[in-house]
Design a protein around this ligand. Structure first.
Ligand code: BV8
Length: 253
């Protein structure tokens, strides 16, 4: 079949059938789900002034230790951009899908909070949330003090230096989301991998766990990834288009 549209069409039906009969759907999303909201994907997140830096060099405890002001400037610029955008049809379709299947577990690698703003509940923030601060002394989410003698944000409770409440490279995933995501990947009948290059571990290992457990793994991504060949169904398209299409074709239960 050399007609891409027809080839894609032929994949929609089995994907819908799998979702329709699923007892438990586990979803993992990556930066691609927020791309249609105008949030650059992680690999593209370095535009303009930041274009000469590698995300893996900025999103690390070492970079923060070396130059907290520089790392905070990057995060503040991303926070400002995220505050200006809205969820897109892909985010809303996932929130609706949760109401159309018996159980849905949503794991996100994204730190932008857009799933929650679209109405998704119980989102597993595998890599934290960029809009929250965390105290580097108490190691808990914290409020900002109004006072700071060096221009860096400080903890209102103890005066310690604050950092963004995200998981940096080389840092462990928070135990709650990590365990819940692993349980869901092993238990689910359908695993949806959406908008992720499947390069960052341990998040990328969840799809492998689902495959090993016999789940139907459906990938939604306009580009091929390391997962595409192993996936049961690889839907080559944008999540903001494909997810509403799947939802519209899903028969009522
Ligand atoms: C860990 C938060 C171990 C921060 C992020 C050396 C030392 C230590 C660890 C490692 C090491 N070498 C490798 C590792 C493991 C490392 C890793 O995987 N590195 C990679 C680079 C190889 N992982 C870690 O470090 C993790 N921790 O392993 O700890 C450990 C154990 C014990 C003790 C100590 C440590 C922690 C990783 C978390 C890093 N934090 N984010 C921040 O955001 O600032 S990762 C960040 O990048 C994102 O959260 C996301 O997870 C990742 C980017 O991935 P994607 O989301 O997939 O985005 P990407 O841009 O790559 O792709 C977008 C996709 O969307 C594309 O495929 C595109 O085609 C598609 N797309 C585009 N448009 C659309 C679309 N799809 C659908 N619709 C569209 N419209």
């Amino acid at each position: 079949m050399n007609d891409p549209a027809a080839a894609l069409e032929s994949l929609i039906e089995p994907a819908v059938a799998a979702l329709h009969s699923a007892r438990h759907v586990c979803v993992i999303t990556g930066a691609g789900v927020s791309a249609e909201s105008g949030v650059p994907t992680f690999r593209d997140a370095l535009t303009g002034h930041w274009s000469k830096f590698n995300p893996e060099d900025l999103a690390t405890p070492e970079a923060f230790e070396r130059n907290p002001r520089f790392v905070w400037d990057w995060y503040e610029s991303r926070r400002e951009m995220i505050r200006r955008v809205e969820p897109n049809p892909g985010h809303y379709a996932l929130a609706q899908l949760a109401r159309r299947v018996p159980r849905l577990t949503l794991v996100t690698q994204n730190v932008d909070g857009l799933h929650q703003r679209a109405g998704s509940r119980g989102v597993l923030e595998y890599h934290g949330n960029i809009l929250r601060d965390r105290c580097t002394v108490e190691r808990v989410a914290a409020s900002r003090s109004d006072a700071s003698n060096d221009g860096l944000p400080k903890c209102a409770a103890c005066g310690g230096l604050l950092r963004p409440d995200v998981v940096w490279f080389g840092e462990v995933i928070p135990a709650g989301p990590m365990l819940a995501a692993a349980e869901a990947a092993a238990d689910c009948d359908v695993f949806l991998s959406i908008g992720t290059s499947s390069l960052v571990y341990p998040a990328a290992g969840l799809a492998e766990c689902a495959l090993d457990s016999g789940a139907t793994v459906i990938e939604i991504n306009p580009n091929p990834t390391d997962l595409s060949a192993a996936a049961s169904i690889a839907l080559g398209g944008a999540s903001g288009v494909m997810l509403p299409r799947l939802l519209a074709a899903l028969p009522p239960r």
